[in-house]
Design a protein around this ligand. Structure first.
Ligand SMILES: [Zn+2]
Ligand SMILES: [Zn+2]
Length: 343
């Protein structure tokens, strides 16, 4: 079934080697992780999903680095695993890979709790998501279904202690860390000479999924766009390699396209609200913009639209039609929030 690209070697401007290894994730989406050789001890960037298939594909790819490319390297030589962000397709395989290699684990402080206390974070995020669904005006049945599916891929994950904090501005053996929040709170991009390992911050085909900060603080479209600007200001990036899809050659052009696409999406929300005779909930806006099929896509569509509504609301572009009903001061119960364009 596997249609994965083979292991591929990239060389940075100072001659460090980066090996790209692909693994299966979802039917139409495979993942990529990277082995970095020459910058301190052998370092893996990200850890795959944790499914037995993905971990086997990763281990096989790592073995090929020695057998096919002639590197004096075996997978168990990995000493560091740096996580670009705490999404399951990037850290799910961490516990098993740490068991096999004894590697140290590095992640940004804002994503570290998900790695070292995952079930606690999942419970907190689920509460925030439940409250979000009420405010977004999602009906009872859809709400139950979405909540039931929430975090399903993370429930089986083992927590792993964090050894290294990937703080913004730090450099570890020449690997420069840039905190790029948005897609996740503690997302980082790692610059190795002229190559940027970009996690899911910048992909070559897909516009990365956004979430509202009301579900996950320090995400949000505002943070994401600021983080795009941060990468844009790094001079001389020759190649960007992300967690999915082929590499990006002209990152500066790609950033312009991503930014334009987000502004178009934000404008679509404004258009729907302008054309409506009534103030609308996030659920109603989503219904105008997307077809609902599977709960997964409903989830992605809702959270994406919510990130745009939040972006507009934070910037004073929207008015809330029912502020007094949206939260009961006595019981704390939340009701759907209805938005209109602030004319
Ligand atoms: Zn991600
Ligand atoms: Zn990803």
């Amino acid at each position: 079934m596997s249609n994965l690209p083979p292991v591929k070697r990239f060389t940075t401007s100072s001659g460090l080697r980066i090996y790209r290894i692909a693994f299966e994730f979802m039917p139409n989406l495979s993942g990529r992780l990277y082995l970095l050789l020459g910058a301190g001890p052998p370092t893996l960037i990200d850890a795959g999903t944790g499914s037995p298939t993905a971990t086997a594909q990763i281990w096989e790819g790592l073995s090929a680095v020695g057998s096919e490319f002639g590197e004096p390297f075996r997978p168990q030589d990995i000493r560091r695993i740096l996580i670009t962000h705490a999404h399951v397709d990037h850290y799910g395989g961490l516990a098993e890979l740490v068991r096999r290699t004894g590697a140290e684990v590095g992640v940004h402080p804002l994503d570290s709790r998900t790695i070292c206390a995952g079930q606690e974070r999942l419970a907190i995020a689920r509460q925030a998501f439940a409250s979000f669904l009420m405010r977004a005006g999602v009906s009872g049945e859809d709400r139950a279904q979405l909540l039931d599916g929430y975090g399903r891929t993370k429930r089986h994950l083992e927590s792993v202690p964090v050894d290294l904090l990937l703080e913004d501005g730090r450099a570890i053996d020449g690997i420069r860390i840039f905190h790029t929040p948005g897609h996740s709170p503690g997302h980082v991009c790692l610059l190795v000479d002229d190559v940027l390992l970009a996690g899911d911050h910048i992909l070559s085909r897909t516009i990365t999924q956004q979430w509202p900060e009301s579900i996950a603080p320090y995400t949000g479209l505002g943070h994401y766009l600021e983080s795009l600007g941060k990468v844009e200001r790094i001079p001389g990036i020759a190649l960007v390699m992300g967690g999915h899809e082929p590499p990006v050659r002209d990152v500066y052009k790609r950033i312009e396209n991503i930014r334009a696409s987000h502004f178009r999406r934000v404008d679509r929300v404004l258009r729907v609200l302008r054309e409506s005779s009534q103030p609308m909930t996030i659920d109603e806006i989503t219904g105008q913009l997307y077809d609902r099929q599977s709960s997964f896509y409903a989830f992605l569509a809702l959270t994406d639209v919510a990130s745009r509504v939040e972006y507009l609301d934070e910037r004073g572009r929207l008015a809330v039609a029912n502020p007094e009903e949206s939260q009961d001061a006595e019981t704390g119960a939340v009701s759907p929030v209805r938005y209109s364009v602030d004319r």
